[in-house]
Each structure stands twice: as structure tokens, then as C-alpha cells.
Write a protein that binds this ligand. Structure first.
Ligand SMILES: Nc1ncnc2c1ncn2[C@@H]1O[C@H](COP(=O)(O)OP(=O)(O)O)[C@@H](O)[C@H]1O
Ligand SMILES: [Mg+2]
Length: 147
């Protein structure tokens, strides 16, 4: 499925549709190059889950967590850009962070990828000739709740 994202309101609307369908255990895997709009979409999802504060980019901390009651579902926002091997994911303790939570992952391929998980919503953000779009693929758990 391809979703055109002509501007920030379209990103916000997509974030709202994703947030409305999220369940604990899901992964939203956001791929695409630097500046493709991964953090912008992550922020839209986190805001739509109820968070009203500033959402820092986890570029340097790698992992940022959000808990109830500030968000409707506990959430982990990760940016794996700086990982050099997927083994480092274990050292970060990602599995513990993910318990009962949603994971929003930027640079998911650096963590070994999550598309084998049935709860994975894979979104590839693309920019071509100034036009932006999202290419969406869903795991089997997403049947009937595609954004
Ligand atoms: N659909 C869009 N339309 C217009 N500008 C966008 C869109 N998505 C993101 N941007 C802008 O692009 C810039 C980079 O976005 P960002 O989310 O930080 O990228 P990434 O996390 O993929 O590196 C930001 O200034 C953001 O406001
Ligand atoms: Mg980013």
C-alpha cells in the first residue's frame, strides 16, 4: 500500500490512523534515509497516543520510553542508526523495554529487522523529486486494521 504524504498534515493524519490501531507488542518499523521523515511520523504517532510534551529524537540516547498516563499505551521509541551490529540490541535490553509496550523503530534494519514479527507494521518513507510517500507493509496481526 502506498500513501502520499504531501505535507505535515498528511503525516499527522497517518500518525493518527496508526495510533488508533496500535496494540501492545506491535512494532512500527520506520525505514528510509536521513531526512525521509521517520522521526516526524514517530512524533505524530506518539502525539496521537496522547503525549503532549516534546518528543526528542532518540538519535543519541537510542531509546526513549513513554509510559501511562502520558500515553494511552506504553511506548518505546528507538533509533538504531548508531548500532554497528544487531547483537547490540540485546545489550540495550530492548526485550525488557518492549514488554507490554509498542515499539517505534527508526533504522530497524540495523537491529536485524522486525518484519518476521506478525505485529510488525513496516513503513518505508521515500522522497523522490520533492514528493514524499509511505510504502506500507503489514504483518499478519495487522489484517483488518491497516492504517
Ligand atoms: N511528509 C512531509 N512533508 C514535508 N516535510 C516533511 C514531511 N515529513 C518530514 N518532513 C520534514 O523533513 C525533515 C526531516 O524529517 P525527520 O522526521 O527528522 O527525518 P528522519 O527522522 O527520517 O531523518 C523535517 O524538517 C520534517 O519537518
Ligand atoms: Mg530521525
Amino acid at each position: 500500500m502506498i500513501i502520499e504524504l504531501p505535507g505535515l498534515p498528511a503525516v499527522q493524519a497517518l500518525g493518527e490512523r496508526i495510533a488508533a490501531n496500535l496494540r501492545a507488542g506491535d512494532v512500527v518499523a520506520l525505514s528510509g534515509g536521513l531526512g525521509a521523515g521517520k522521526t516526524t511520523l514517530a512524533r505524530a504517532i506518539i502525539a496521537a497516543l496522547g503525549y503532549s510534551g516534546e518528543v526528542p529524537s532518540p538519535t543519541f540516547t537510542i531509546i526513549e520510553t513513554y509510559d501511562r498516563p502520558a500515553v494511552r499505551i506504553p511506548l518505546v521509541h528507538a533509533d538504531f542508526y548508531r548500532l554497528e551490529t544487531p547483537q547490540e540490541v540485546e545489550e540495550l535490553g530492548l526485550d525488557e523495554y518492549r514488554e507490554g509496550a509498542v515499539l517505534i523503530a527508526e533504522w530497524p534494519e540495523n537491529a536485524g529487522g522486525f518484519e518476521r514479527e506478525p505485529g510488525c507494521l513496516s513503513i518505508r518513507l521515500e522522497v523522490a523529486d520533492g514528493a514524499r510517500k509511505a510504502v506500507v507493509e503489514t504483518g499478519t496481526d495487522w489484517v483488518g486494521r491497516q492504517p
